[in-house]
Design a protein around this ligand. Sequence first.
Ligand code: NAP
Length: 218
Amino acid sequence: MRFGVLGTGMVGRTIAGKLAELGHEVKMGSRSAGNEKAVEWAAGAGESASEGSFADAAKFGEVVVNATAGTASLEALETAGAENLAGKVLIEIANPLDFSQGMPPSLSVCNTDSLGEQIQRAFPEARVVKALNTVNAAVMVAPDSLTESGNVFVCGNDDEAKARVSELLETFGWLAGDVVDLGDIAAARGTEMYLPLWLRMMGALDTPQFNIRIVRAD
Ligand SMILES: NC(=O)c1ccc[n+]([C@@H]2O[C@H](COP(=O)([O-])OP(=O)(O)OC[C@H]3O[C@@H](n4cnc5c(N)ncnc54)[C@H](OP(=O)(O)O)[C@@H]3O)[C@@H](O)[C@H]2O)c1
């Protein structure tokens, strides 16, 4: 399958690398074609890997991944082009973290709205599925690197799109029973507002390589 991965940061490179390793064709996108990190990634990721602008990557992908800085995601997706996202599954990994006042970051949108919803509203023809934003990049593609299995969440308005993303997550190593469908895209409020707790846990545990597990009565 062809994937367009928007983002040259840790998440973009990690997801793009895993997709290429799984045999998919991947084009990494950034604000301008020829981005140093994207060129370096493409050079080391095999023949099915390439890079270009956000628009090039979005056009290329049958499925598009948003791995851009959350406060810039709407702008990045605008540059990618609504026409290049229409009808496609858009895997939305970004967190709306605002670092402008220093650490810890605050959320630029929360409580009664979310970045996932803003993106779905701005690109109504894209099939937005919020996923993977609750774990560190390394854990996203290697959940089995942790000592026990944990949960990952998907939400979005399109059931078929969520089913496709859940299948993709299984190819990353997530166990089918551990992928929790939280419902429509408004559930992104919860997975994004988890970030302040995630950041505190990272500090308390002194590592970003962890996850949480839901435990319930039979
Ligand atoms: N790091 C993690 O482990 C982790 C885990 C869960 C979720 N997330 C979320 O995943 C997303 C990516 O995180 P990251 O750490 O890989 O990278 P990042 O530094 O948050 O984002 C890098 C990407 O954002 C783009 N970008 C930055 N400012 C922009 C602007 N003004 N306009 C358009 N694009 C802009 C960059 O474009 P260029 O390529 O042109 O520089 C680059 O592709 C973030 O939303 C983050 O919150 C991260």
